[in-house]
Design a binder for this molecule. Structure first.
Ligand SMILES: CC(C)(COP(=O)(O)OP(=O)(O)OC[C@H]1O[C@@H](n2cnc3c(N)ncnc32)[C@H](O)[C@@H]1OP(=O)(O)O)[C@@H](O)C(=O)NCCC(=O)NCCS
Length: 171
């Protein structure tokens, strides 16, 4: 059984290990900075039998109505079964409950950009780089105002601190 709940200070070492494995080219200082400035309500851990197997760190954005997703990662063994979607959706619900939009800068990877698009994110800005095949882009998700019922139900769910589920595939 997997579950999603708020990250705890004790998760730091396990999270750092996942971070190093998942983002080998990203500076540790970026991770430490994101952890230090995270918004607890929006920063969630994915646990498999109480072991941390994924996380999302989200901080306040530039304005009071913006949140920024700094890192989202699921251990390789637990990917492609919907766990990442559950984690991202839980962050979106938590952020929407605070009446904020969610912004991020995805990796320069069409698969990941399309993944975010499938979850309702739109590209807001691009910046071409000479040495990269595709431009860096910025993406944003805003909770749809036209679905008060579904929003109400997701907000109710986000208020419960633990979201438990089975994966679509065995791990
Ligand atoms: C992105 C990530 C969190 C998704 O978690 P997940 O549990 O695999 O997500 P889901 O099962 O809900 O969805 C799978 C989808 O993720 C997307 N994806 C993006 N990068 C991927 C990767 N490296 N491996 C697997 N799936 C990836 C794909 O669109 C895939 O769907 P597809 O097989 O139809 O292309 C996970 O793949 C991961 O940790 N990747 C490495 C870290 C990363 O890229 N983080 C985001 C940086 S912006």
């Amino acid at each position: 059984m997997l579950c999603i709940k708020q990250l705890h200070a004790d998760d730091f070492e396990a999270m750092e290990q996942i971070f190093i494995e998942t983002f080998p080219r990203t500076d540790d200082a970026d991770f430490a900075n994101a952890w230090r400035t995270k918004e607890c309500n929006w920063s969630l851990g994915l646990y498999y039998n109480a072991t941390l197997v994924g996380f999302a760190i989200t901080c306040k954005g530039e304005t009071s109505t913006e949140a920024r997703l700094w890192f989202i990662a699921v251990c390789a063994k637990h990917r492609a079964g919907g766990a990442g979607t559950r984690l991202l959706t839980a962050v979106m619900n938590a952020v929407a409950a605070s009446n904020c939009s969610l912004q991020l800068t995805p990796d320069n990877c069409p698969r990941i950009i399309n993944w975010y698009k499938r979850h309702g994110f739109v590209i807001t800005k691009t910046m071409p780089f000479v040495h990269r095949d595709i431009p860096t882009c910025w993406m944003k998700w805003v909770s749809p105002p036209s679905s008060p019922t579904s929003l109400a139900s997701t907000r109710t769910r986000s208020n419960s601190s633990i979201d438990e589920f089975e994966l679509a595939v065995a791990v």
